[in-house]
Design a protein around this ligand. Structure first.
Ligand SMILES: Cc1cc2nc3c(=O)[nH]c(=O)nc-3n(C[C@H](O)[C@H](O)[C@H](O)COP(=O)(O)OP(=O)(O)OC[C@H]3O[C@@H](n4cnc5c(N)ncnc54)[C@H](O)[C@@H]3O)c2cc1C
Length: 394
């Protein structure tokens, strides 16, 4: 005999738990299944252990999708303020770090405890360490889920098993297989919010810079992000690179501008006038970390005194620092990517409910859907919003 519920949610991550809470609050009997030993594992490791749980400025412009309008409805129905109200009602201390990014003061675990408490209050049943072997529609309506812990049936089935990023933490691509099983279209998946790698030659030249961070603007076509850039022993990282990585495609070039708020050409000319006997490297080191200044000065062959450098040479040096074309060789891939771009094509989903238009009772929410946020709390906001609207309808 199969256990019967109104709603089965596959995946006890951010989206799945939020959906289960809302459905349970509506009086639906809800079962959440997950193969992991604990719920919300990605929440636990997020935001450096403090969970950047939302962004107060979150809007459709902060998301990447084949249909940029799709996310509007869910984001409007469950806004950052709504999640913040829940956080505050649980007495969780929080702060805004930068750019509207809200973090827990203490620990990301506070958010997990909040969600599991809310699930309990809403009467949701959570079963962990449960391997899912098959999902099938039941004749006459509803779905049957076969698992290592038995068979369960429900009128509504919500797929909230996330994307492919960090396979070590149990990411499986399960949602895409279910989508394929039901004949639903997928948008090609690729790693997002991920460090970019460099070819061995360039990497060797940049090796002395490993560990250095600097404010930068990274551009790819018309898209640009101003945040920190970090040189690593594999290539380039830091928030600015993670952001642009979601737009970058294999073979593309990006443009790096270090210290974009400073006009380096003007700064160099002023330095030459003030002290013609200093080297370009010394002048640059006034605004750049020393090793970075050395790298650019040497690379541009800037030896001798500033007084000996004409405007053209200073312009060349400034351009090297602020219009530096870099062709990454690849990315670190799903191993370290914070998110998966692409996924279940939004064209097959109702944006108000996340239900599959052609398959009544089947829902996809969270990261497995082709809606991917920027770095900065946007991905959790999408998980909460899409989970909430599905929980209203499932
Ligand atoms: C290191 C890191 C830091 C991050 N920091 C932030 C941050 O600070 N702010 C932010 O907004 N976003 C952050 N993100 C992104 C964010 O974690 C995800 O976008 C979000 O967790 C997606 O929620 P989800 O519920 O869709 O999927 P997930 O949270 O991935 O949950 C999916 C659940 O499904 C389960 N599951 C998967 N496959 C199966 C299967 N076959 N059978 C049973 N269960 C299965 C998993 O065990 C998991 O519990 C971070 C991501 C990473 C990797």
């Amino acid at each position: 005999m199969a256990g019967r519920y109104d709603v089965i949610v596959l995946g006890a991550g951010a989206a799945g738990m939020m959906c289960a809470i809302r459905a349970g609050q509506r009086g639906r009997s809800v079962l959440v299944l997950d193969h992991a030993a604990a719920p919300g594992e990605k929440i636990r490791i997020s935001g450096g252990g403090r969970c950047n749980f939302t962004n107060i400025h979150a809007g459709p412009k902060n998301f990447i999708s084949a249909n940029p309008h799709f996310a509007k409805s869910a984001l409007a129905r469950f806004a950052p303020r709504d999640f913040l109200s829940m956080v505050e009602s649980h007495g969780i201390a929080w702060h805004e770090k930068t750019l509207g990014q809200l973090f827990c003061d203490n620990s990301a675990k506070d958010i997990i405890v909040m969600l599991t408490d809310e699930m309990r209050s809403a009467g949701v049943e959570l079963r962990l360490r449960t391997e899912i072997s098959a999902v099938e529609p039941v004749i006459g309506g509803g779905y049957r889920v076969s698992t290592s812990e038995g068979t369960f049936e429900a009128a509504s089935l919500v797929i909230a098993t996330g994307g492919k990023s960090i396979p070590k933490m149990g990411a499986t691509g399960f949602a895409y297989r279910i989508a394929e099983q039901f004949g639903l279209p997928l948008v090609e998946t690729r790693p997002g919010l991920v460090p970019l790698t460099l070819d061995p030659q360039l990497l060797q030249r940049l090796a002395p810079l490993s560990g250095i961070a600097a404010p930068a603007e990274i551009r790819h076509g018309k898209t640009a992000f101003r945040e920190a850039l970090l040189f690593t022993h594999r290539g380039l990282s830091g928030p600015a690179i993670l952001q642009i990585s979601s737009y970058w495609r294999e073979g593309d070039e990006i443009t790096v501008a270090i210290e974009p708020d400073i006009d380096i050409f003007v700064m160099l000319k002023t330095a030459r006038q003030a002290n013609g006997r200093q080297s370009a490297q010394t002048a640059l080191a006034d605004i750049l970390p020393k090793r970075l200044a050395q790298h650019f000065a040497e690379n541009e062959g800037m030896s001798g005194n500033m007084a000996d450098q004409g405007d053209k040479r200073l312009q060349q040096l400034a351009a090297a620092v602020q219009a530096w074309p870099v062709k990454p060789s690849g990315s670190e891939g799903y191993r370290t990517a914070e998110v998966t771009l692409g996924g279940v094509d939004t064209a097959c989903l109702d944006s108000r409910t996340m239900q599959v238009k052609t398959v009544p009772g089947l829902f996809f929410i969270g990261e497995c859907v082709d809606v991917t946020g920027w770095l900065g709390g946007y991905n959790f906001q999408w998980a909460w919003a899409s989970g909430h609207v599905a929980g209203e309808a499932a």
